[in-house]
Design a protein around this ligand. Structure first.
Ligand SMILES: [Fe+2]
Length: 154
C-alpha cells in the first residue's frame, strides 16, 4: 500500500470542509424562507440537511487535524438565486450536492488503496451524498414521472 499524497488530500479535505460549511449556511437560510402549505415538513427537512452538512464538515475538519494540518475557515460559495419557491431551493440544493459529490470522488481517487480509513470515509460520504441527491431528484419529479430530473452516473 503506497502512502497518500498528504498535501493533495488535505487540499481536497479543506475544499470539502468549505463546501459542507456552505451547506450549513445555505440550508439554514432557506429554512427561513419556505412559505406555503409545504412549510412544516420542508423546514424540518432543510434543518436536517443543515445538521448533516455540519456533521460532514466536522468529520472533514477532524481528518485535516488528524493529518496535522490547519482547517480552513473559509466558507464555500453560496449561490442564492433569490428565488425561494421550493423547486428553486431544491434545484440549487441538487447542484450543490453534485459539487460535493465531485469533491468526495476526488478524495476517493487520492486515497483508494492507500489508506483504508480515508477510503472508507470517502466511500461513506459518497453513499450519503448520492442518497441525498437521489432524494432531492425524486422531490423534483412530477407525480407519476419515473425518469430522473437530472441524469447522473451512479
Ligand atoms: Fe455532505
Amino acid at each position: 500500500m503506497s502512502a497518500i499524497d498528504k498535501d493533495k488530500v488535505i487540499a481536497v479535505l479543506n475544499r470539502i470542509l468549505e463546501a459542507e460549511l456552505a451547506g450549513v449556511v445555505r440550508y439554514t437560510h432557506y429554512s427561513f424562507l419556505v412559505f406555503g402549505f409545504g412549510r412544516i415538513p420542508m423546514v424540518s427537512w432543510l434543518r436536517e440537511q443543515a445538521s448533516e452538512s455540519l456533521l460532514h464538515a466536522q468529520q472533514a475538519g477532524e481528518w485535516i487535524t488528524t493529518l496535522g494540518a490547519y482547517p480552513s475557515l473559509v466558507i464555500g460559495s453560496l449561490l442564492d438565486s433569490h428565488k425561494h419557491d421550493i423547486g428553486a431551493i431544491l434545484r440549487e440544493s441538487l447542484e450543490a450536492e453534485g459539487d460535493a459529490l465531485t469533491l468526495y470522488r476526488e478524495l476517493l481517487a487520492l486515497v483508494e488503496d492507500r489508506s483504508v480509513a480515508l477510503e472508507e470515509f470517502a466511500r461513506q460520504m459518497i453513499l450519503a451524498e448520492e442518497g441525498h441527491a437521489a432524494q432531492v431528484d425524486k422531490m423534483l419529479r412530477k407525480p407519476g414521472e419515473l425518469s430522473a430530473f437530472v441524469a447522473r452516473p451512479v
